[in-house]
Design a protein around this ligand. Structure first.
Ligand code: ZN
Length: 213
């Protein structure tokens, strides 16, 4: 029995693997990220890094790892996204993307700035999942997200774990840094059920889902 337990915990650890698939963090992307940090979050820095305090889970609302990678890889936002483009030409992205089979891809270093959650990008790591409202996220994605959250919580002082749809609750908190009070978009991703399942697997980390103040 003792050996079985040991094997089990070893197997769980060795299952966790992250594939590096870096997007182009070009000089222009650095410039636009620094501009975004300054204009929207009121933070002036020399490098586009963040001190991660929060993890935000998302779904992509369609596509594959490849099509989403290609989308995030572009430095500039596509012209169709008018509301976002008015605020900054910097393209959206996330630090990680999880495929439907649970494979985790790292698109950039977790402490590099990515535009994925209004008001909170300066302190939040984004994890995208291939799926949508109709294409429900899988159990393998639940497990992979939980493992990734656990890994990141060991690496950084992560205090919060939220789904993108829950970010509005931070709007009147000290954590919220957005210079334009009207800049806000309603979100549904990644879904209540998914958040419930991931939270259950990392319950021991005691991550918060709402602000203290
Ligand atoms: Zn999202």
């Amino acid at each position: 029995m003792f050996f079985l337990i040991l094997n089990f915990s070893f197997a769980q650890k060795s299952d966790f693997k992250v594939i590096n698939k870096p997007i182009n963090y070009s000089e222009e992307r650095i410039r636009l990220s620094l501009e975004y940090l300054k204009e929207h979050h009121g933070i002036t820095q020399k490098s586009p890094t963040i001190i991660p305090k929060m993890i935000v889970l998302h779904y992509t609302a369609g596509g594959t790892v490849e099509t989403n990678y290609n989308y995030f890889n572009k430095t500039h936002l596509e012209s169709a996204r008018n509301t976002l483009k008015k605020q900054s030409p910097l393209n959206v992205s996330s630090q990680y993307i999880v495929d439907r089979d649970g494979t985790i891809y790292q698109l950039m270093e977790p402490n590099l700035f990515a535009r994925h959650t209004i008001g909170l990008n300066y302190c939040a790591i984004g994890i995208e999942n291939i799926g949508s409202k109709k294409q429900l996220l899988t159990e393998k994605q639940v497990a992979a997200n939980a493992q990734l959250v656990r890994y990141l919580a060991q690496k950084y002082k992560i205090e919060y774990l939220i789904g993108h749809s829950e970010y509005g609750i931070f709007r009147n908190s000290k954590l919220w840094k957005e210079s334009d009070p009207k800049y806000f978009t309603g979100k549904e991703d990644p879904g209540k059920d998914f958040m419930k399942k991931v939270r259950l697997q990392v319950a021991d980390l005691n991550l918060k889902d709402k602000p203290n103040n």
